[in-house]
Write a protein that binds this ligand. Structure first.
Ligand SMILES: Nc1ncnc2c1ncn2[C@@H]1O[C@H](COP(=O)(O)OP(=O)(O)O)[C@@H](O)[C@H]1O
Ligand SMILES: [Mg+2]
Length: 376
């Protein structure tokens, strides 16, 4: 390819590869390197059969486009790249001829990842919904909080006037319940801003959560760590993140102990994530924290609503743990989601890493916590 054509392809935001008539990969633009997680020097010069495990459909699309000399779109292309899980793509194959633009005969293949498009659309919907929910919740909490003070005060006055002490039982109920509601509302109205944002090591957050849970559930559960010690620092409020992860992990511990799961185990896992869209913004790098348990799973009847306030599957539950966790995570421009089946529930917290954070240091090196712990 001529340098001009190369630059043109490299500037495209869509993932494009160039395959010659012999089925050899001749070029791959940076968007394709990102999407396929391949690096140009490693794969250029290899045949598509070497690069992709399931290349039959792609090979057939290339063949069709070339034989008919027309552009061809394949909407259901499953490709596995060098041993990684298969990804679902749509692709458009366009034949090209050796010319002043391209110095080979072959095809340009443009890839679009289908699941990613669907996922982004779904995440945007969830994001809009959760912003609206939080707004509604806070307004409602305000409206409930104000009259509560009046109700409590009146019950107190009434109690003083009551001659028969056995009636105090009733005024006490009113006051205690008003206090409980007031505490609940205070939690819903917790400050919205991050108190003390700083560069922090996500593994320190997880270690704090781990020690709290171990103290609470000493012999009943085990906690495994599976940390990627090369992660960069994140910018955020340590206390908020601890509270968010603790709310999620405590639910897992409760599910395990209440269900008496044999060999109940929670895994705290960290990994680097690439190319994620969070709150409509695209980040090249993010940190993925997973809290996995082998308990009974989130009850099916509430699984669509677990992040809503006051939704609980437990008799003693407040239904605020996950609402607050999601609120704190959104304040970090992150996302909290889950997938659950009996025996395997996984809550995933994604936190964006700004480019500047990448230069600030890695999560292990900066503070030297336990980090060395790989898969305990
Ligand atoms: N890891 C989990 N395994 C099973 N159920 C879960 C898990 N995490 C959350 N849940 C369900 O989600 C519900 C809501 O959780 P949460 O918002 O923390 O409120 P609460 O813990 O007060 O009930 C829980 O009551 C429980 O039924
Ligand atoms: Mg909870």
């Amino acid at each position: 390819m001529t340098p001009a054509a190369l630059t043109g392809l490299d500037l495209l935001a869509t993932a494009v590869i160039l395959v010659d008539t012999g089925g050899v990969l001749r070029h791959m633009n940076p968007a394709a390197e990102n999407l396929l997680e391949l690096s140009h020097p490693h794969v250029v010069g290899q045949s598509i059969a070497e690069v992709f495990a399931d290349h039959d459909v792609l090979a057939a699309a290339l063949d069709y486009a070339r034989r008919n000399n027309c552009s061809f779109s394949e909407h259901d292309l499953m490709l596995a790249v060098s041993g990684r899980p298969r990804m679902h793509f749509a692709c458009t194959v366009t034949p090209i001829e050796r010319s002043s633009t391209f110095d080979v005969d072959g095809c340009l293949v443009e890839f679009r990842q289908i699941e990613q498009q669907l996922r982004i659309a779904r995440e945007e919907r969830v994001f809009d919904q959760s912003v609206a929910n939080r707004e509604l919740m806070r307004n409602l909490a305000h409206e409930i909080k104000n009259p509560l003070g009046g109700i409590r005060g009146a019950a107190q006055l009434l109690e003083r006037e009551l001659e028969n002490p056995s009636l105090h039982e009733y005024t006490q109920v009113i006051m205690k319940e008003a206090d409980r509601l007031q505490a609940l509302m205070a939690r819903l109205l917790a400050p919205h801003r991050m108190a003390q944002p700083a560069h922090l090591n996500i593994h320190e957050v997880l270690e704090r959560v781990r020690s709290v849970l171990l103290a609470e559930y000493q012999k009943e559960i085990s906690i495994r760590r599976d940390y990627d010690v090369s992660l960069p620092l994140v910018f955020g409020d340590q206390e908020q993140l601890i509270q968010a992860v603790l709310n999620v992990a405590r639910n897992a511990a409760q599910a395990l102990t209440e269900n008496r799961t044999p060999a109940g185990q929670i895994t705290l896992k960290t990994r680097a994530a690439r190319q994620v869209t969070l709150a409509r913004k695209r980040y090249r790098h993010a940190i993925e924290v997973s809290i996995i348990d082998n308990g009974p799973g989130v009850p099916a009847d509430i699984s669509e609503r677990v992040f809503y306030p006051l939704v609980t599957g437990r008799a003693e539950g407040s239904g605020l743990g996950l609402t607050i966790a999601q609120d704190f995570v959104s304040q970090h421009n992150g996302a909290l989601s889950f997938e659950s089946a009996p025996g395997h529930t996984r809550f995933t917290l994604l936190l964006p890493v700004a480019e500047s954070e990448l230069r600030t240091g890695i999560a292990n090196g900066a503070t030297g916590t336990n980090g060395a712990s790989k898969a305990h």
